[in-house]
Structures are given as structure tokens and as C-alpha cells.
Design a protein around this ligand. Structure first.
Ligand code: CUA
Length: 153
């Protein structure tokens, strides 16, 4: 084999091995794996399935909350949530119809909420104020009106 060929083979295989090592490190050591598809849900039965049979704000502990939220054209249920400042909030969401978005501008919360899947994202609200929540996935004629608020005080 030509020396240059050998060099190319070594370099390309080396790069592959390095990438695989980085991905493995991120997944297993840092817990940064892509979201699994394990948590699925029948979008037709959302209202009957726990925890979505009782959407709303739930207190888990001191300054710890869970928001069980259903997205559908063109609303967030519950809407207009109020939480105390400094709370860590875990959002558990699903969609009853099409793909919606859950974005809070000014924070790093930006999630895609798909029918058939349960989406989870958490955030600690350390700044008081009224946070706007918008749907950032085009979901139909009322898409631009699909929004709600979270008040932190
Ligand atoms: Cu829901 Cu756009």
C-alpha cells in the first residue's frame, strides 16, 4: 500500500474513533444522550392517561414544581401559571393534535412537543416577571395566537 494511502486511512479511522469516543463520553459520562422515544402516549387518549388526566401546577417540594401541560391547537393547558421566585419547574408536556413548540424567549427553554411523545424540560426561574410562552412550530391558522404566560414573583 502506498504510504499516502496508509496515512489517509489512519487519519480517517482515527477521526471516526475520536468522534465515537466524544459521543460516548457525552452520552454516558455527561448524560447528554438524545431524548429517548421511550415515553410515548396515545394522542387520542391524552385526557384519560396519567398525569395528563389532571393537567396543572403541582408542588413537588420546597421551591420545586411540576407543570403537567397539554398543548393543542391553539392553546396551552394550563395557561397563565404563577410560581414563586427561585422555583425549579419541571414541565411535562404532550400534544393532542399536531407538533407544537414550547419556547420562553429570554430563557434557554425551547422544546418541540409532538403528539405521541412526552416531552420534559426543566428550568429554575430566578428572575421575577411575566414570562411569555410561545408556540414556535407552525401548527395551523391560529399558530401566531398560541401563547400564554408564566408569572414569577
Ligand atoms: Cu401551536 Cu404553533
Amino acid at each position: 500500500m502506498n504510504r499516502l494511502e496508509e496515512l489517509w486511512l489512519t487519519v480517517s479511522v482515527g477521526i471516526l474513533v475520536i468522534f465515537m469516543f466524544i459521543i460516548g463520553y457525552q452520552t454516558f459520562a455527561l448524560g447528554m444522550g438524545p431524548p429517548s422515544h421511550k415515553e410515548t402516549i396515545d394522542p387520542q387518549q391524552v385526557d384519560q392517561i396519567e398525569p395528563f388526566d389532571e393537567p396543572g401546577l403541582k408542588m413537588l417540594g420546597d421551591k420545586q414544581y411540576e407543570v403537567v401541560m397539554i398543548l393543542q391547537a391553539f392553546a396551552f393547558t394550563p395557561s397563565h401559571i404563577e410560581i414563586p421566585i427561585g422555583s425549579e419547574v419541571e414541565f411535562t408536556m404532550t400534544s393532542k393534535d399536531v407538533t407544537h413548540g414550547f419556547q420562553i424567549p429570554g430563557t434557554n427553554i425551547n422544546a418541540m412537543v409532538m403528539p405521541g411523545h412526552i416531552q420534559k424540560i426543566s428550568h429554575t426561574f430566578n428572575e421575577p416577571g411575566e414570562y411569555l410562552v410561545v408556540c414556535n412550530e407552525y401548527c395551523g391558522i391560529g399558530h401566531q395566537a398560541m401563547s400564554t404566560t408564566i408569572t414569577v414573583k
